[in-house]
Write a protein that binds this ligand. Structure first.
Ligand SMILES: [Zn+2]
Length: 173
């Protein structure tokens, strides 16, 4: 939250200024140029507490890290969702025509073979689907990795003040 000081102009308007503008000239709507007083004199002026994001100073490294981490996490989650959405569904009725007509025991055995990657009765579409699944699964490790990486960045941002070494006090002259 940036504190703004209301600098009165001769015309009666009050110009919002910030302490970092001390010594600079600001222009009022009436055309007059007013020099922003030094920090000490600024303190005597009327204050306006402004929570408007537009006037808040640049983000701290910490917030930037957290925001970046959240963004990376979101991208990771989004990509993972996309990869899983693209993954073939192994519906025995839709993909394994051979499964139809099997006894429950045979079906179970078929799935057991199938799970090991050596289907007993593989159809072309099943082999293709399996290859696509393996390919997408490899991608999913990557996208999950992105998500975890994002969370690590968020954690780093959250813990940054605790990890950062204390700054030595600057020498006063
Ligand atoms: Zn004015």
């Amino acid at each position: 939250m940036a504190v703004e000081y209301l600098l009165p102009c001769e015309c009666g308007r009050k110009l919002p200024v910030q302490s970092r503008q001390a010594g600079q000239k600001v222009h009022c709507e009436c055309g007059r140029a007013i020099v922003v007083p030094t920090m000490r004199d600024l303190g005597r002026l009327e204050q306006r507490h402004n929570s408007d994001a537009a006037v808040v100073g640049p983000w701290s490294t910490r917030s930037a890290l957290i925001a970046l981490g959240l963004l990376v996490t979101l991208i990771g989650v989004g990509l993972t969702a996309y990869v899983y959405w693209k993954m073939p569904r192994f519906d025995p009725v839709a993909t394994g025509r051979e499964v139809n007509g099997m006894s429950p025991y045979e079906t179970w055995q078929w799935w057991r073979y199938y799970e090991r990657g050596i289907p007993r009765y593989p159809s072309d579409e099943l082999i293709e689907a399996k290859q696509r699944e393996l390919y997408l699964r490899r991608w999913s490790y990557f996208t999950i990795g992105i998500g975890i990486f994002g969370l690590v960045i968020v954690l780093l941002g959250a813990l940054a003040p605790a990890l950062a070494p204390r700054r030595p006090r600057s020498h006063q002259r």
